[in-house]
Design a protein around this ligand. Structure first.
Ligand SMILES: Nc1nc2c(ncn2[C@@H]2O[C@H](COP(=O)(O)OP(=O)(O)OP(=O)(O)O)[C@@H](O)[C@H]2O)c(=O)[nH]1
Length: 339
């Protein structure tokens, strides 16, 4: 079972977290989303009801996700959601307005549950309120730097200043990708994959299908959504230099948000296949065996926003170890840190 990514959505009151959650639920495609929220009142559950997901909705007892709940309770929720029968593909935890995402990240990364993995922190910023929020809470900049993706929402309400605001946020957060949105409409594939699931033959069009935002699927909008992010695919039959790959992952090209795939390394005696999962600064390698007859090699996909595709490909190509002579086994040490 591939670990289920747990995505944390945070942001100040009223910035658009629930709007984002509803948008993701409506446009999840074949992906099944498990949500952890404090209050279901505002969540559009229709789309989940018809998808049979209502069982996987779990509310945390009273109060804010990370203050009132200890780790064991959140772990219990993850156990429930990550149960193979639930067929959940992604879990989204909405931090309440003032909840400190840091603790949530710690809970997810430190969870004993082997079936989940950290899927990144999305910080939602209100384009209209940002300056005022920053004056009142100077620590907001620090908080944003924890994010793996920053969404500057309500672009429609600040059309004249949104571009400069995005630049200002970029200056604050450095390499972290920043996107401007209206109604938090980001492309869900930026955050999670839509698995190929065969629909039952003769299955009726579900309410889910009907409810799906028409808007997002109009040709114009689609183009717009996809303009916001780039994805780079890379394949190599020659094995990769573990040090070079690590350098790329630890110091990624600006705008890189996710990296996934599998890798064959060029170290002597290293015969394993390494699954790679990276989101923001979080990197994880999972060693596996190659299947019988499987062609050894590496396949990686980088996803980002504002990513320089050619430069990213060039850096990927530079990780290939062309020499027939394998590298010293010690070159794997750095990878071990992320296993
Ligand atoms: N004009 C405009 N309104 C938006 C946008 N996104 C969200 N809103 C509205 O802003 C209000 C707050 O959005 P929510 O999604 O509830 O925000 P939230 O972060 O979940 O709020 P809390 O749970 O109270 O912290 C709602 O009335 C939304 O309809 C946007 O891009 N443009």
């Amino acid at each position: 079972m591939t670990p289920i990514p747990v995505i944390i959505v945070a942001g100040f009151l009223g910035s658009g977290k629930t709007t984002l959650l509803n948008h993701l639920l409506r446009n999840s495609g074949s992906a099944r989303i498990g949500v952890v929220v404090n209050d279901f009142g505002a969540i559009n559950i229709d789309s989940m009801l018809v998808a049979g997901q209502v069982d996987s909705m779990v509310s945390l007892g009273g109060g804010c996700v990370c203050c009132a709940v200890d780790v064991s309770e959140l772990d219990e929720l993850f156990d429930k959601l990550a149960h193979p029968n639930s067929e959940i593909d992604v879990i989204i935890v909405e931090a309440s307005g003032l909840a400190e995402p840091k603790n949530l990240i710690r809970m997810v990364v430190g969870s004993a549950n082997k079936h989940i993995t950290y899927g990144g922190l999305v910080e939602v910023v209100d384009a209209v309120e940002f300056d005022a929020t920053r004056t009142r809470h100077p620590e907001v900049a620090q908080q944003l730097r924890l994010a793996d993706l920053v969404i500057v929402n309500k672009a429609d309400r600040a059309p004249a200043s949104v571009a400069s605001l995005v630049n200002e946020v970029r200056r604050l957060v450095g390499q972290i990708p920043v996107v401007a949105t209206t109604n938090a409409r980001i492309d869900p594939t930026l955050l999670f994959d839509r698995p190929k699931r065969q629909k039952e033959i003769g299955a009726q069009l579900t309410l889910d299908d009907i409810l799906r935002d028409d808007h997002d699927h109009s040709a114009e909008n689609h183009r717009h959504l996809h303009d916001e992010y780039e994805s780079v695919s890379f394949a190599s039959t020659a094995p990769l230099d573990p040090r070079a790959l690590l350098e790329l992952l630890e110091d990624p090209p600006p705008g890189l948000f996710r990296a996934k795939g599998f890798v064959a390394f060029a170290a002597r005696g290293e015969n394993r296949k390494f699954l790679l999962h990276k989101v923001g600064r979080y990197i994880r390698f999972t060693p596996m065996r190659w299947a019988k007859g499987e062609q050894r090699g590496s396949q990686l996909v980088l996803i980002g926003t504002g990513l320089d595709v050619d430069a990213a490909l060039e850096r990927l190509a530079a990780t290939v170890h062309d020499d027939a002579e394998p590298l010293h086994p010690q070159t794997m040490l750095g990878i071990g840190v992320y296993v």
